[in-house]
Write a protein of this length. Sequence first.
Length: 281
Amino acid sequence: MSNVMSSITAVVLAVFVGYGAAWYFGAVEGNFALLLFLATVVTGIYWLAERLYFLPQRRRAVAALEASAAKRRAELTKMGIKQVDDNTVEAKTRLIMQPWWLDWTAGLFPVIVVVFLLRSFLFEPFKIPSGSMIPTLLVNDLILVNKFHYGVRLPVINTKILDNNSPQRGDVMVFRYPPKPSLDYIKRVVGVPGDEVAYLNKKLSINGKPLRKSPLPDFSIKMRCATPSSSRKSTEAGNTTCSTTMTARLLFPARRTFRSSKIAVTVARAWSARCLKGTTS
């Protein structure tokens, strides 16, 4: 039984690894939500099998070994041999220990199911791929998105099961690009259902009224970079100067929070040594 399960598990893990490798090299269009769902289901099956069948089976084997050892000690005592070496400790440890194929499946289930629930219904991290949201969000910024503010959806099939708030102007939201649902877009809401939005001659108007613009003060972020003096380079952005190297180590990661009327987006740039200048919005 153990050899059969070991072979089955090796094939299942190989499929997951193969899918991940194909996704990484661009051979297939990956779907992380589906991959995480399948990993949760597979490891959950192994976890249930471990709790209901394999663990009780190993415990029965340990109990049988202890009963056999106790019977042997009793027989030796009848023969006048009182000092008997107890060499069953190592055998019991081996019997109760999870085999590798359960350790890599049932052992990972609690972690995977927590990640699946958090990512599917509460919060999901995203990385900013382009500069369309500068200066609010910068390229390679990491954001944590509230997934239940506009309603709760089932993972993978994206069917809404519970309504919550409606999008409001000024909200920063993540949505799927309709021609390519696997591509996530991060934009600020300009119009809501029923609005007439026009962009003519680089001027935005909503319901026939031009959108008012007001400049905000510049902001700057200063960071300390651990750099040897012999390999220091100077980088300037506006009036802000920062010393960095190609292998700079950020000592104090910059952290900013931007809030709209309904949503808070926390931005954490953890490993980029750079100097910024712009306006918050």
